[in-house]
Every structure is written in structure tokens, then in C-alpha cells.
Ligand binder design. Structure first.
Ligand code: SF4
Length: 344
């Protein structure tokens, strides 16, 4: 494929049909560009926009984010999912303050050394903020290149990914790299979509191997199928008057660092556990309907047990908090816990 034709078509298409008005496109400042890039990992633009605006309203500068308690960052992220992103965001802001004098490094390799920033995100920041000439490889771009170049094999494997990096670098134009990278992202998001791509509207249809060979639905090669593991979790919905007991999850693992409902260890009796471990006397324990929630690597079957608490100790264990129902909107809760509390 001719590099210059491919890149030039994309740049021309971007000018007329690409996205120009997204909130993070109004700036070349690394802080908001980085924030948007992290939020856009695994999350659609329409979902990200209100979170992005709220986040910048609360933390208008990198310094304000670095100085904030991590609980405040998690609370603002609540509902966006993939919470490791929020923890890394906070750690990254602190590292930039401590090690780079509050200024993002300009070199993509130095950017990629910061917490939570992979090579593609680092390159995107370097291209959009510092005029670098680097390829990116997010999900949209992988799909576009696999189809256009007719690359077989699941793009998550090291061999295919390495080839995509090489081909992505070889296709870069000499100038207008930012418009070209934005065009790749936009074309992947709006034309070369995962299902039912709009090939007849595509500016590179005549250069596309998958289109020519009628292999559009085959590429990119899907992830090899494997059984999704399941885990079970019993959660205690402990209510007293209008308050509910919440527990901070350990920093690592499911919903690390977020507030959640206390988890009943496997094989424990709920009333006995509440009395012995939490110092609470409870009434009848009533099971609520079990439901499943899909996480990245497994499916979680959640069984809630609802108990009315009628005696509680004056001082609670560290990590446990009674919150009024009205306060729940202000704290970081995983989405399924928020939904469960709205139901019971
Ligand atoms: S022709 Fe179709 S498959 Fe090929 S790049 Fe364009 S939209 Fe994607």
C-alpha cells in the first residue's frame, strides 16, 4: 500500500468528516489530553464526556489532582468502571509533580514510564501535545490496520501487535501527524466499526485488502474463545434506620480501594459473622435475588443478604462506615453495588 496515499486520504477525510468538537480537542495541554486518553480506554466517547467535564471542574490542574485525597478521585470516577485507571491517574499526577516539576515529560518513552500509561497512550499525548511523529495502536486503529492491510491473527498476541506497530510506523506521513492519528481514531470509531462497517463511505475502500477480498467480517481475527471463569460473592446489606454499612475494599483485587458492602467470607453464617467480626446484633437475614456482573476476566455471581441491625458498637473497625442513603451519591461505589442499594 502506498503510504502517502493512505495517509493523505485519511487526513483529507478527517478535515471534512472527522470529529473536531470533542472537549479534549480544544486544547494541546497534556493534562486534559492525558485525562481524556485514560478515560477513553475501554469507554465510549458519549459516556466519557460528562465524566471528563466533571473531573476537570473539580481538578482543573494536574497539581490539584495530585494534591487531592485518592477517595475523592475514586468518587468522581465512580460508575466509569476499570477503577485501576483512576488509581493510576492519581499516582501518575503525583509522580509528574514529584519527578518532573509538575510538567509532563515530552518524550514518549518517558511518558510511557508513568503509572497507567501504555505505549499507545504515551504516543497519542506526544503527538497531540508535543508534535511527535509516532504511531498509536488503540482498539480502533488495530481494527482499521488489520482490515486495510489484511493482517490475520488475534491483535492481542505479541507477534501480531509487533507487526501492527511496524506497519503503523511505516504508514505515518511526514507532516500533519496529529490530523492523521485523529483520522485513524475517528475512522475506526465511526466508519470502520466493529460490526457492520460502512465500507461504501470509507475513504480508503479501494486500498483495503479486507474489502477487496470480502474478508471484512473475518478481520480482525477474534480473541480465541476460552471459558469465562465465575466467582461467587456474598454481600451483606446491613441497614440501621436510614443508614447502611459500607466497607473500603482492599487496595488490590476486585473494586480495589472503593467503598462496597461488607463481604461475607465463604462458609460463614451471616448473623454469627456480624456479631463476632463486626460487633453488630442483627434481626432476620433475608436473601435478595442473586445477580451476575461481568468483569474483565471473570463473571461475578453476587448474592446479597439483607439484615436489619438493631445494636451496633460505638466505634467501628477501621475501613467500615455507616452512611446515610442520601450520602451514597457522593461516594465511590462500584456500579453493581450502587444498583443493588437502589433496589433493596
Ligand atoms: S473498506 Fe471497510 S473494512 Fe476496509 S477500512 Fe474501510 S470501512 Fe474498514
Amino acid at each position: 500500500m502506498s503510504t502517502s496515499r493512505f495517509a493523505q486520504r485519511l487526513i483529507d477525510w478527517q478535515r471534512w468528516h472527522g470529529r473536531h468538537d470533542l472537549p479534549w480537542q480544544r486544547t494541546r495541554e497534556p493534562y486534559p489530553v492525558w485525562l481524556a486518553e485514560i478515560m477513553l480506554q475501554q469507554t465510549q466517547v458519549v459516556t466519557v464526556i460528562p465524566y471528563y467535564e466533571r473531573f476537570l471542574g473539580r481538578f482543573p490542574t494536574l497539581a490539584s489532582l495530585a494534591a487531592a485525597p485518592v477517595e475523592d478521585v475514586m468518587a468522581l470516577w465512580s460508575g466509569l468502571g476499570y477503577y485501576a485507571r483512576a488509581r493510576n491517574l492519581h499516582r501518575c499526577a503525583q509522580r509528574v509533580m514529584a519527578e518532573h516539576g509538575g510538567e509532563f515529560p515530552r518524550n514518549p518513552v518517558a511518558i510511557a514510564a508513568l503509572p497507567g500509561i501504555g505505549r499507545s497512550t504515551a504516543n497519542a499525548i506526544a503527538v497531540f501535545c508535543f508534535g511527535a511523529r509516532e504511531p498509536i495502536l488503540d482498539g480502533n486503529v488495530k481494527r482499521l490496520l488489520c482490515r486495510c492491510l489484511g493482517i490475520k491473527g488475534y491483535p492481542g498476541t505479541p507477534a501480531v501487535e509487533s507487526r501492527l506497530w511496524q506497519d503503523g510506523a511505516a504508514l505515518l506521513p511526514d507532516t500533519e501527524v496529529d490530523a492523521y492519528i485523529q483520522a485513524q481514531m475517528d475512522l475506526g470509531a465511526t466508519i470502520c466499526t466493529r460490526s457492520k462497517p460502512h465500507c461504501t463511505d470509507c475513504p480508503v475502500a479501494d486500498l483495503c485488502v479486507a474489502y477487496r477480498d470480502k474478508r471484512v467480517t473475518e478481520l480482525p481475527t477474534p480473541r480465541p474463545k476460552r471459558a469465562v471463569p465465575e466467582k461467587a460473592m456474598t454481600l451483606l446489606v446491613l441497614c440501621m434506620d436510614s443508614r447502611v454499612l459500607l466497607e473500603t475494599r482492599p487496595p488490590a483485587g476486585i473494586w480495589g480501594g472503593l467503598l462496597s458492602l461488607p463481604e461475607l467470607p465463604e462458609g460463614e453464617d451471616a448473623a454469627h459473622y456480624c456479631e463476632q467480626q463486626l460487633g453488630l446484633r442483627t434481626g432476620a437475614v433475608v436473601p435478595a435475588p442473586t445477580f451476575t456482573h461481568s468483569l474483565t476476566h471473570f463473571r461475578l455471581e453476587i448474592s446479597p443478604l439483607v439484615c436489619e441491625v438493631y445494636i451496633r458498637p460505638q466505634a467501628m473497625e477501621a475501613g467500615l462506615r455507616w452512611l446515610e442513603r442520601a450520602e451514597l451519591a457522593q461516594v465511590a461505589l462500584p456500579a453493581p453495588i450502587r444498583k443493588l442499594l437502589a433496589r433493596v
